[in-house]
Design a binder for this molecule. Sequence first.
Ligand code: UDP
Length: 330
Amino acid sequence: MKKILVTGGAGYIGSHICLKLSESGYQPVVYDNLSNGHRDAVAPNITFIHADIRDRDALDHAFETFRPDAVIHMAALIEAGLSMREPARFYEINTAGTLILLEAMRRHQCHRIVFSSTAAVYGNCDVNLLDETLPIRPENPYGRSKAMVEGLLTDYGVIYGFHALALRYFNAAGADPQGRIGERHDPETHLIPLALQAAAGHRDALKIFGNDYNTPDGTCIRDYIHVDDLAAAHIAALHHVLHQSKPGFDAINIGTGQGCSVRDIMRLCQEITGNSFAVSDAPRRPGDPARLVANPAKAEDMLNWQALYRNPRDMIMHAWAFYCKMAGPS
Ligand code: UDP
C-alpha cells in the first residue's frame, strides 16, 4: 500500500483528502501543526504527526519513519485578505516552509508531490474562463506566495527530477456528503460558512465586500468547487505523479467552470436554510479579483477528472447539514 505524507491533513480540505485516500487504498500519514486544523478531523486509524513544515528535524524523522512514496502538500496560510496585512507570514510559511519541505524530500529521495496552489495566482484577468496558459499575475501576497512555489517546483522538476503537480484550487465549499467532517475555521473568513453562521443566528449580519465590481450584479464572482470533488481531484493527481515516467512540473485548474456572485451565494444560503439574515454593503476587500472562474478542460484531459457537484446548492446543503450537526441552529 502506497504511503502518502499529507501536510495540512488536519485542515478542512486536507481531512477530506485523507478520507478519500483511505477509501482509495492509500495509507495517509498526516503532518500538521494544528495552527488551523483539528486533531479530531483526522480519523483515529490514520497516523498523525504534530509538527511544523519548517521543522527540519521533525520532517527528517517523519520521512525516516514512514518512507512515504509521495507528498500531498497543503499546509499553508490561506486567507487572501490577511495576506494583504501580514505578507511576511505568507512568504515565511507558504514559500520558505515549502522550500524546507522540498529539501527534506530531496534528502530522503521522495520526489513526487501534489501541491495545493490557488486560482489567486491569476489575479485580475479580462477573460471569462481562466486557463493554465494565462500569465501568472497574483493580486495579493497569498497568491504570490503560492506562485513562487510553482516556480520552485518547475526548477525541482527540471533539475532534481521531481514529479510535481500543482492543483490550482478555485473556491472550496461544502462538506463530506455523509456529514462526517466539514469546514471549521476560527476565525472564519470565508463567504459560505459566514453566511451559514448568519442564517443560524450566530452572527448578526453579513457584509458584501464591494458592490461596484465590473460584474452583472456588482459583486465578485467565484467558481465554488465541492470539497469532495476537490478531494477526488487529488487522488487523480496522485495517481498521475506516482505513475508518470517523465519528471517535471505542471499546473492544473480544479474548478467547475461556473461562476456564482456573492449575492447569488447569499440568496442560496437564505433559501436553503429557510432563514433570512441582514446583509450590508461594505468597501471592497483589498486584493480581491473581480472574477475567478476555471476552465477545467486540462483537468478533464490530463487527470480524467471532473466535478460531480456542479451546483453550489449541493455544496451549501452539505455545509449546512454539517453546521447544524456541529453547532445546532438557534
Ligand atoms: N466575501 C464577502 N463577505 C464576506 C466574506 C467574503 O463579500 O464576509 C466575498 C469576498 O470578498 C470574495 C468572495 O466573497 O469576493 C469569496 O471570498 P472567500 O473569502 O470565501 O474566498 P476567496 O475568494 O477570498 O478565496
